[in-house]
Design a protein around this ligand. Structure first.
Ligand SMILES: NC(=O)c1ccc[n+]([C@@H]2O[C@H](COP(=O)([O-])OP(=O)(O)OC[C@H]3O[C@@H](n4cnc5c(N)ncnc54)[C@H](OP(=O)(O)O)[C@@H]3O)[C@@H](O)[C@H]2O)c1
Length: 236
C-alpha cells in the first residue's frame, strides 16, 4: 500500500515513517507546511495518512477531494468550520477520522457508553485527561469523543474545569485537562454514585500505539471506495 504522509516531520509523522514498512506500507510522498501534492503523486498513492494540524488537514481535504485520494487522519483540535470542511470533502472521497487510534481507547469508548446507559442518572460523571506540555488543544479530542459517547446515552451538559464557588449541578459533566512533562496521554472517566464509584482509566505509555493503530486501520481502509466520513467503529 502506497501512502502520502502529511505532517511527516512531526512526532507522529516520524513514528509512522519508521513503522510503515511493518504494515506493508510504503511512504511515496511527504506533505509538510507549505507543500501539498499534485496529480502525479495522487496517481502513485492509495491514500493520504495525516497527523498534522487542523489547518494541515483542511488543506489536505481540498487537494485529496480534487484528486479522489482517500484520507486516514488522526489530527485533533478541529474547529466547527474545519469539521464542516471534512464532512464536505467526505461527500467526494472516503475519509477515516479518529481522535485516538489506540485499540484500548476504542474499547474504553464502548465500556463508557455501556456504563452511561446502564447506571442510574444519579451517578455524577467527570472526565480527566492528562497530556504532555506541548499538546496544542484542550480538552483532548479523545476526551471530546468520550463525552459524545456519554451524551448519546444520557442528557448531560459539559463544563470545562471548575473554580470559585461551583457546587456541582445535577446533570453536568466536567472535563478536566492536565498538562505537563512528557505524558503521552491518560484518560479517566469517573462515575461517582452514593457509596460507590466506578472508574475507567486508559494510560498510553508510548505514542507507538497510535501509529500502529492508524497503520492497521489504513490497511483495512484501503479497501473502502465509497465516499463518506468513517470512524473506527466502521473499520475495526
Ligand atoms: N488520533 C490519534 O491517535 C493521535 C495521537 C497522537 C497525536 N494526535 C494528533 O495528531 C496531530 C499531530 O500530532 P504530533 O504530536 O505529531 O504533532 P507535531 O509534532 O506538532 O507534528 C505536526 C506536524 O504537522 C506539520 N504541519 C503543521 N501544519 C501543517 C500544514 N498546514 N500542512 C502540512 N503540515 C503541517 C508540522 O510542521 P511544522 O513543524 O512546520 O509545524 C509538523 O511536522 C495533532 O493534532 C495531535 O493531537 C492524534
Amino acid at each position: 500500500m502506497k501512502i502520502l504522509l502529511c505532517g511527516s516531520h512531526g512526532r507522529m509523522g516520524r513514528l509512522l515513517m519508521s513503522l510503515a514498512s511493518h504494515y506493508g506500507c510504503e511512504v511515496v510522498g511527504e506533505i509538510n507546511r507549505g507543500s501539498n501534492f499534485g496529480t502525479e503523486l495522487a496517481r502513485a498513492s492509495d491514500m493520504c495518512l495525516d497527523f498534522s494540524s487542523p489547518e494541515g488537514l483542511a488543506e489536505l481535504c481540498i487537494a485529496a477531494a480534487e484528486h479522489g485520494t482517500r484520507i486516514v487522519s488522526g489530527t485533533t483540535g478541529l474547529s466547527d468550520e474545519q469539521k464542516r470542511r471534512l464532512a464536505l470533502s467526505a461527500q467526494n472521497i472516503p475519509i477515516l477520522h479518529a481522535a485516538n487510534f489506540s485499540i484500548g481507547v476504542h474499547i474504553l469508548n464502548k465500556l463508557v457508553r455501556i456504563a452511561a446507559g446502564s447506571l442510574p442518572t444519579s451517578f455524577d460523571i467527570e472526565i480527566i485527561e492528562k497530556h504532555h506540555s506541548q499538546k496544542k488543544d484542550a480538552p483532548s479530542g479523545t476526551a471530546m469523543t468520550l463525552l459524545k459517547n456519554i451524551q448519546a446515552e444520557r442528557q448531560c451538559e459539559e463544563i470545562f474545569g471548575r473554580h470559585g464557588e461551583c457546587k456541582r449541578n445535577a446533570g453536568e459533566l466536567c472535563l478536566h485537562s492536565v498538562r505537563g512533562g512528557d505524558m503521552v496521554g491518560e484518560h479517566e472517566v469517573l462515575f461517582a454514585g452514593q457509596g460507590e464509584t466506578l472508574e475507567f482509566v486508559h494510560r498510553a505509555t508510548s505514542r507507538e500505539i497510535f501509529a500502529r493503530g492508524a497503520l492497521l486501520a489504513a490497511q483495512k481502509f484501503v479497501k473502502i471506495n465509497e465516499p463518506g466520513l468513517y470512524n473506527l467503529d466502521d473499520i475495526l
